[in-house]
Design a protein. Structure first.
Length: 412
């Protein structure tokens, strides 16, 4: 009996071992992409990659989402160590850092001059003479997004908009808590602060890359946002990206400031929405000017030569005219191929027309390497201001000092 049991167990082990060890090896060519696409943009991207994989059984594109800051930092560490994905999808302001750390190689190593020639100047990004990114969209910019059921036509000046927002901010059930705000956005993040800084005439760096944050314009812009919250009470007391998204999608905010990565999700939530320029600042007469940047693909410095033909095919699929047209129609992104941007179907899209209208008064995202240290230097002090731990003036001074220290520690 014992011997028979042993034979059965041995047979099971042999069969199990065969199942585990005799699997067909995966001989497909794998192309990995790290990205920071969110919302409707990510849904589109995942679907496009699935279609590509289904039609190419000899290869497999693997995609992995990482938050923007984590994406940049982990990619640099991985590539510097000879690892990491073959492609990274990110905003253009990462290019100079990637170039200085020698973690990417020219995108022209994978794509031919003929293919790159179909793009506009915002579709192929360079740093110190090297073409380092092919972009599938331009913009990455903020606009005012409004619920047409609550705001048929938003004013073009902030003082007029504030009056309307006060009317739209209501306690509907009389319990002392606001049930619907006039406006919401991720106002605790420096990127979302930029339209207000530029609206008051400020900027974050001089022509040599030195931070210019401790200025009257910075203090005025910060105070303006604090007033929207504490004086006019038209934005929530606390906010981050997810809170803002939830409020607008649940129609507990009449308007939101957000970018093209999110707009498709508002339609999916059943909101009849429109886009408008972020209004002028009454005190200066300036438009609130968001940063405008391309987003696209860069090539890991460690890519093996034998993989380049496969990577070329993947890149041409993900950035070609057809897919850019589909992106424009479905998620309202602005194409980087001029022939697509000028297509009558695209021009007939009111969301895209409004998006382009905002881009016209936007400012190019700096790609100087100091930009990263300035962002990081701004963030801590800015959030201290927003949580009431310091004043606007003290925060502006701290931003400047923190940014200067980070630049000195990195580049000197």
């Amino acid at each position: 009996m014992y011997r028979q049991l042993c034979k059965v167990l041995l047979f099971c082990l042999v069969v199990t071992g065969c199942f585990l060890g005799c699997e067909e090896p995966d001989e497909r060519v794998h192309v990995r992409i790290w990205h920071q696409k969110i919302g409707a943009e990510r849904v589109f991207f995942e679907r496009a990659v699935d279609i590509y994989n289904d039609s190419h059984p000899d290869r497999h594109v693997e995609i992995l989402y990482k938050e923007t800051e984590e994406l940049r930092n982990l990619f640099i560490v991985a590539s510097a160590g000879g690892q990491g994905p073959e492609l990274i999808y990110s905003p253009a302001d990462n290019l100079s850092i990637f170039a200085l750390t020698k973690t990417i190689r020219p995108i022209s190593d994978a794509l031919s001059p003929d293919y790159l020639s179909i793009f506009g100047s915002d579709g192929v990004l360079s740093w110190e003479g090297d073409q380092l990114m092919v972009a599938d969209q331009v913009g990455n910019h903020l606009t005012l997004v409004y619920n047409k059921a609550l705001i048929p036509e938003p004013p073009t000046r902030f003082d007029e908009l504030i009056t309307l927002l006060q009317e739209l901010t209501v306690d509907e059930d009389g319990d002392g808590r606001i049930d619907r705000y006039g406006l919401t956005w991720n106002y605790t993040e420096p990127f979302f602060f930029m339209p207000f800084l530029t609206g008051f005439g400020g900027w974050m760096m001089d022509e040599d890359g030195n931070p210019t944050l401790n200025t009257p314009e910075t203090i005025q812009a910060i105070q303006f946002i604090l007033d929207l919250r504490d004086k006019y009470k038209v934005i929530p007391r606390e906010s981050d990206y997810n809170i803002a998204e939830t409020l607008f999608k649940e129609q507990r905010a009449a308007a939101i400031i957000n970018g093209p990565w999110a707009w498709g999700g508002y339609a999916d939530a059943g909101i009849d929405y429109g886009l408008a320029r972020i209004p002028r600042i009454a005190e200066t007469g300036n438009w609130s000017r968001p940063l405008v940047a391309s987003k696209g693909y860069s090539l890991n410095a460690n890519v093996e030569e034998e993989k380049l033909p496969y990577i070329r095919d993947v890149l041409e699929y993900l950035t070609n005219a057809e897919i850019q047209a589909q992106m424009a129609k479905e998620i309202s992104s602005i194409p980087t191929i001029p022939s697509v941007r000028e297509d009558s179907v695209i021009q007939g899209n009111p969301i895209l027309r409004s998006s382009l209208n905002q881009v016209e008064v936007g400012l190019p995202m700096p790609i100087e390497p100091q930009m990263r240290q300035i962002w990081d230097g701004m963030r801590g002090a800015y959030q201290l201001i927003m949580n009431g731990s310091t004043t606007a003036a003290e925060g502006a001074e701290k931003m400047q000092k923190d940014a200067e220290k980070r630049i000195a520690d990195t580049f000197l």
